[in-house]
Structures are given as structure tokens and as C-alpha cells.
Design a binder for this molecule. Structure first.
Ligand code: SF4
Ligand code: SF4
Ligand code: FES
Length: 358
């Protein structure tokens, strides 16, 4: 019987245009270069860089390895925001006619083109002592460490980090203060603080709460936004802060600030801002700011401190405080529980919308 030959169908192609910031390793001189080529419709940004390097300019430098979002090598910026090149599909971008600008990650020194020096990143990673302390405690023969799902939930997201540096690239606290430990290192720290097998939790929290640690984060949330693996490093930093305060490590002004939020909400049901400064910065600092505070008071920007205003729903606020204490939810567990509750609300909202639409 004659077999009908099936004609090979070529992939549908797209026209890609890219601008790449090239940078000389010898002089540091930079130049924005345009590359235009035809590519299969399934290409990622990394595939496009391979095409440029293979067919147009072999001197283009970038890092890659796994091509499947695992190794963390291909972090770079597209249109000013950090991406993993192997995760970034080009189809919609190319079809829209947009010409993206590709550049090296931010906050790390450029070595050449899209390659950055990761040394400052790894130095902070190492400073977190990213291993179990005092060492892995072997369970009895044939046994395994059994850890509850609830405990694992606390470090589930932190364990997904692939050390790509996308969060660091966008961190404005790091930009302002290069000594800041940064989102990746702190997320790694939380991965060990929350591990029930680690015996150095308090020492770690004390260390991470020092200068350039937890409380130096500006809470801009760019790290959450740019992380390609859903680690949410800002949430990890919030967990570290909550754990530090639970352990009574609250020397830093940021911790005192957070403590005052809790006390204020518990006692009066709202935030007594006028007392925020003396409670966090101390009396001497507050006296220096007195003129400013009086100005705010005069213009009705803050209510008078006496008699203290007590919110109508203060009982609910106090009950909530007692519940959190009673259930021991004031550390990282509380944050995870909050995340899950929000997730459930969002899910219920989506289901409602779908049911309403059908
Ligand atoms: S939230 Fe904090 S750690 Fe994350 S990018 Fe902003 S400043 Fe950096
Ligand atoms: S936290 Fe996310 S963005 Fe940061 S290094 Fe890990 S995987 Fe990359
Ligand atoms: S090449 Fe490994 S994460 Fe992109």
C-alpha cells in the first residue's frame, strides 16, 4: 500500500525587532543596537538572543543554562523591568510591533552587555549562612523528619527561589544603600528561620534585624512584582519582622514603629500618630520635631492627643488582638494564614464572578 507522504509544515514565524544595550568590557562604553530577524512563533527572549548571537553578532554576551526557568542564569531587564529571558515569550510583543529594549540587570555592576557581576549578590547570600545550623541532625535509622504541612507552609514560597537576582535588580533600598542585605538574601534567611530543624533561629533574627537588615526595606513591593518564581521576597521580610518581634527583638526603630501600631490599635482601635514619634525615636528626637508636630496640629492634620480618641469598634480590635495572641498567630504563621485567607477570598470572588457570568 502506498503511503502518502505528509508535507513538512514549517513553523509559523514572527518578525522580531529588539534593541540591546551593548556594553564594552574593556571601556565600559555603552551603545544601544537594533536587531531585526525572523523567528519561529514560539521563541522566548532567550531564543531571540541565541538567534542574534548565532546569526548576527557572535560577540553578544549573556548568561544561560537550563532554558527552563530553573537555573536562574538568564536574569536581565526588558523595557526597564527584570525578567527571566527563558520565561519571556516574544509572540505578543512582536505581533504588537513593539520594539523592546533589553539591558543588563540593575543594582549589580555590568561586566559586558547583559552579563553582570553577581559577587555582591552571592556575598549577601553567604552572609545569611544558608544551611541548617548547627548542622543536619540525622534522624534514627530508617526514619525521616516529619514536619507538619502547617509548618512547611511558612517557608514554602521561600524554598522556590532560584537565585536569579531579578528581585535585587529592582530593589530601591539596595539602590539607595548597597549594603542592604536585599530581598533574595532575606528570603533565604526566612527559609532557615522558618525551618523547624534549624537551631539558630534567634541568632539569625538578631543578626538580620541589625543595620542594613529587615527594617531597611522600603516596602516598595517591586521584588514581589518581578520575582519570576512567586517567592514574594517582601512577604518573607514581613515574616522575618513578625518573627523577630515575637522573639522580643525590637531594638530597631522599624520594629518599635510596628509595635506601636499594635499597641495603639489594641488600646484605642486606631493609630495614634502623634505618639508615634516619641514611641519609636525617643523623647530627644521628638523634641527636635516638636515644631513640625505643632504645625500639623494647628492645621488639623492630626487630632489632639488628649483626651485620646477611642474608636467605636475598639472592642472588635481588642478581641482580634486577643485571638491572635491566643492562637499564637503573631509571627510568620499569622502572615501565612492571612495570605491563605486572602487567597480563599479571591478564589471565592472568581467563582462568584464565573457563576454570575454563566
Ligand atoms: S520591598 Fe523591600 S526588599 Fe523588596 S524591592 Fe522593595 S525595598 Fe527591596
Ligand atoms: S526571590 Fe525570586 S527574583 Fe529573587 S532571586 Fe529568588 S527567584 Fe529570583
Ligand atoms: S536559562 Fe536557566 S533560568 Fe533561564
Amino acid at each position: 500500500m502506498a503511503v502518502e507522504a505528509t508535507a513538512h509544515k514549517p513553523d509559523t514565524t514572527i518578525d522580531v525587532a529588539l534593541k540591546i544595550w551593548r556594553s564594552s568590557s574593556a571601556t565600559g562604553e555603552r551603545e544601544l543596537k537594533l536587531y531585526e530577524f525572523e523567528a519561529p512563533e514560539w521563541v522566548t527572549l532567550l531564543d531571540c538572543l541565541d538567534i542574534v548571537k548565532d546569526r548576527m553578532d557572535g560577540s553578544l554576551a549573556y548568561r544561560k543554562s537550563c532554558r527552563m526557568m530553573i537555573c536562574g542564569s538568564c536574569g536581565m531587564r526588558m523595557d526597564g523591568a527584570a525578567v527571566l529571558a527563558c520565561k519571556t515569550r516574544m509572540y505578543d510583543i512582536a505581533r504588537s510591533g513593539h520594539v523592546p529594549v533589553v539591558s543588563a540587570m540593575g543594582n549589580l555592576p555590568i561586566v559586558k552587555d547583559l552579563v553582570v557581576d553577581m559577587e555582591p549578590f552571592w556575598a549577601k547570600f553567604k552572609a545569611m549562612k544558608p544551611y541548617l545550623q548547627p548542622g543536619y541532625d540525622q534522624p534514627e535509622d530508617g526514619r525521616e523528619h516529619v514536619i507538619s504541612q502547617e509548618r512547611m507552609n511558612v517557608i514554602h514560597k521561600e524554598s522556590l527561589c532560584i537565585n536569579c537576582g531579578c528581585c535585587v535588580s529592582e530593589c530601591n533600598a539596595w539602590d539607595a544603600e548597597p549594603e542592604f542585605l536585599g530581598p533574595q538574601a532575606l528570603a533565604k534567611g526566612m527559609r532557615f528561620v522558618g525551618d523547624p530543624r534549624d537551631a539558630a533561629k534567634v541568632e539569625r533574627l538578631d543578626e538580620y534585624s541589625g543595620q542594613h537588615g529587615i527594617w531597611e526595606c522600603t516596602r516598595c513591593y517591586f521584588c514581589n512584582e518581578r520575582c519570576p518564581k512567586g517567592v514574594d521576597p517582601r512577604d518573607a521580610i514581613a515574616k522575618l519582622g513578625a518573627e523577630a518581634m515575637k522573639e522580643g527583638i525590637d531594638k530597631d526603630m522599624g520594629a518599635k514603629h510596628a509595635n506601636w501600631f499594635v499597641t495603639s490599635a489594641k488600646t484605642t482601635g486606631w493609630l495614634r500618630e502623634i505618639e508615634l514619634l516619641p514611641k519609636t525615636q525617643g523623647v530627644v528626637s521628638s523634641i527636635k520635631e516638636m515644631k513640625f508636630a505643632m504645625g500639623l496640629l494647628k492645621h488639623g492634620k492630626v487630632p489632639p492627643p488628649f483626651p485620646p480618641h477611642v474608636a467605636e469598634g475598639v472592642k472588635e480590635s481588642r478581641a482580634l488582638y486577643d485571638l491572635v495572641k491566643e492562637q499564637d498567630r503573631q509571627g510568620a504563621l499569622g502572615i501565612v494564614q492571612g495570605e491563605h485567607a486572602l487567597g480563599r477570598l479571591e478564589h471565592a470572588h472568581e467563582v462568584d464572578e464565573e457563576e454570575g457570568a454563566s
